[in-house]
Design a protein around this ligand. Structure first.
Ligand SMILES: [Zn+2]
Length: 360
């Protein structure tokens, strides 16, 4: 359990999924994204419960970086448990996410949503029922801040969104004009949706003179007004640099931007990456790990141990899979997390590795 004057950043990455839990000081906690632990519970809630934290009172903010399955499993349950927390999410929406808003706030008839839209719908229902509001995020949106005298470590703390960019938001507004016709079933397939990764919300946590950069799944695109290049350009000359980096998109080269490492990160940087696996594809690749080793002073992977995937299915389901002739990946990374803890401006983080997490 961190002391009142300590910052703690814990990154959970069971192999498919990602969640970040932060103690910002004086018993106040923040959650970004959601994944499930080996028991099928939101990793953030299990962790805080184990620490004996009053989740209802102590979690002040819950954010969704984007609505891909690996970042939102258990998010509605998390929003329900964190009754004092404000929910924040990216302001640029996909069609399914837009429908979730319509269904909750305009009482529109239910249309089929994808999994991300469904989880958003469930989160919005809880927010609505509990009289809370959401905070829409785009570049440079302040999610919350605390003045130095408000917290035991006497440092100013703020969490700020860095994306989606203004261009990505105005592209969303342009797409929006087609949505009513799609709802009426008239222009199906006419709009091209951006990837949810491209709309995802990167953030910077500032504590005194130190920063923590949370890269979400934000990928690199060719348009400099979008994604990482827009983030770098907007942050040029701004302090602080970050000494801790949650590497974007599970270490994938698609999310790498040299300027992020040059302009936004401290030389003493510690990096942490969560693995991802689906259908035989895995991130990070060996080449990604080599790049991350080269660029950071220390780098950690939240999980490497594998457990048989068949443990996750009962005998009946396994029989059905076998008889259908479906091949599937026989192993999956087990749950793991990395914890960084430090006193602001006075020490480098101490690191704890749990459940198969390793230094790479
Ligand atoms: Zn992801």
């Amino acid at each position: 359990m961190p002391r009142a004057d300590e910052i703690e950043v814990t990154v959970f990455g069971p192999g498919y999924g990602e969640c970040i839990v932060i103690h910002i000081g004086s018993g106040k906690w923040v959650i970004v994204d959601s994944c499930l632990d080996d028991a099928g519970e939101p990793a953030s809630i299990s962790y805080l419960t184990k620490l004996g934290i009053s989740i209802e009172d102590s979690v002040i903010s819950v954010s969704a970086s984007h609505w891909h399955d690996d970042h939102i499993k258990g998010l509605a349950k998390t929003v329900a448990a964190c009754r004092s927390a404000r929910l924040s999410l990216g302001a640029a929406l996909t069609y399914s996410e837009f429908l979730a808003f319509l269904q909750v706030f305009e009482d529109q008839p239910v249309q089929k949503l994808d999994r991300g839209g469904t989880e958003l719908l469930n989160c919005l229902k809880i927010v609505n029922e509990t009289g809370r509001s959401i905070k829409p995020l785009s570049e440079d949106t302040l999610i919350f801040d605390f003045q130095p005298n408000a917290l035991a470590h006497r440092r100013q703390v703020e969490l700020r969104a860095l994306s989606p960019s203004g261009q990505q938001f105005s592209d969303f507004l342009t797409r929006l004009k087609h949505f009513p016709a799609i709802i009426m079933g008239r222009t199906k397939g006419r709009i091209v949706e951006p990837s949810r990764n491209d709309l995802s919300v990167a953030m910077i946590l500032t504590v005194g003179q130190q920063g923590v950069l949370l890269g979400a799944d934000l990928e690199q695109v060719s348009d400099p007004k979008k994604s990482w290049q827009a983030v770098v350009d907007a942050r040029k000359g701004k302090s602080p640099l970050s000494h801790l980096f949650k590497v974007p998109h599970h270490g994938s080269y698609n999310a790498h931007n040299d300027d992020v490492w040059i302009e936004m990160l401290d030389q003493s940087l510690q990096a942490v990456v969560t693995p991802w696996t689906r259908g035989g594809h895995r991130l990070p690749r060996e080449s990604d790990l080599n790049r991350l080793r080269r660029l950071s002073s220390k780098c950690y992977l939240t999980s490497t141990k594998t457990i048989p995937k068949k443990r996750r299915y009962n005998a009946q389901i396994l029989k059905q899979i076998k008889s259908a002739g479906v091949k599937f990946d026989s192993s999956i990374y087990s749950s793991g997390h990395v914890t960084f803890r430090w006193i602001p401006d006075s020490s480098s983080p101490s690191v704890g590795l749990f459940g198969g997490a390793v230094a790479i």
